[in-house]
Design a protein around this ligand. Sequence first.
Ligand SMILES: [Zn+2]
Length: 259
Amino acid sequence: MTYSHTQYFEDASIASILADVARAHRILELEGHGDMSMGHLSFRDPFGRGLWLKRGNLALSEVDADDFILISFDGDVLEGTGLRHLEWPLHAEIMRARPDVNFVGHSHAHYSTILGASEETLKPYNNHGVWFAYEGVPRFTETSHIITTVPLGVAAAKTLGAAQAILLANHGVAFVGSTVAEVTLTGIFLEKAARFQVDLKASGFAPIEPDPEETKEKFDRIYPAKAQYNFWTFFNRRLERVESAFGLGISPIALPPGI
Ligand SMILES: [Zn+2]
């Protein structure tokens, strides 16, 4: 999984953040985002050159710190080797549209994709859904196809607006963050909230609709920066336990209970 490179030596902070982004990929695999070698996260280059995108042909569970390529916002490969994922315009156009976003994720997480393939709106039925209390999770319906062109990337970014995540109808999801912790938690909570809602609706029980204003106050109370850091470190500790027992490349199916 290593290859010769030079880019990581020019700035230690990039290497350190990419190590975190690599772990974020592996955490997301454990949290239901894996789909063979599809799905990827990106990091906005701090020197304004573009974005660091996971290279292709690797599962989320297999991504290591040097599995990234630097591409410009126009998709030109500036550093690194390996396949450039076809859906790079989704990352580039979201970053162009959202200066506050430093990290973008895209996956085909199962339950979120079920929600996106329906007309169901994600609601704060549990604490994970509360993560999206302020902006909700819009649905992009312009295509059911993958986002491989700049116009589709622009349109998806427009639908995302100020939100933290978007459902891509009949395809998957995209999610964003200003920090690696935030993008990871957004992806995890999106899938957990979608799974809860699918299960709730499938149960046939009549859902209780939470009050929107109370839900926003609940977000402020349960997800301050300190709690977000705590959850991020929890998911890192859990990854360490899994990988120290099984090595890299583990999917959730292989996990025994209690890990
Ligand atoms: Zn996709």
